[in-house]
Design a protein. Structure first.
Length: 90
């Protein structure tokens, strides 16, 4: 499963396997700590009108860490939970 974890204008990084968005560590209860690695990435700013996707199984996932941010129109799937920004705000 892939999740959009940052949108255009957000800074994103991975510090010792932990996702950091806009300078704050992201609490990700869906992650299995056994699948996190000691990888560091960024920080960098997601380009305007693009999204950064990250897979839950980071050790095996092909995601924005490999191919970079991309347009939201390239993301296909079903929204299960929408946390931020409020639906309709984007």
């Amino acid at each position: 499963m892939k999740r959009i974890v940052a949108v255009g204008g957000d800074s994103v990084a991975i510090e010792d396997g932990v996702l950091v968005v806009a300078g704050s560590r992201v609490d990700a209860p869906w992650e299995d700590s056994r699948n996190l690695d000691g990888v560091y990435l960024g920080p960098f700013v997601v380009p305007a009108d693009e999204v950064f996707v990250l897979g839950d199984n980071r050790g095996e996932s092909v995601d924005s860490r490999r191919f970079g941010a991309g347009p939201p129109g390239a993301v296909a799937g079903r929204i299960v939970v929408w946390l931020w920004p409020a639906p309709g705000a984007v």
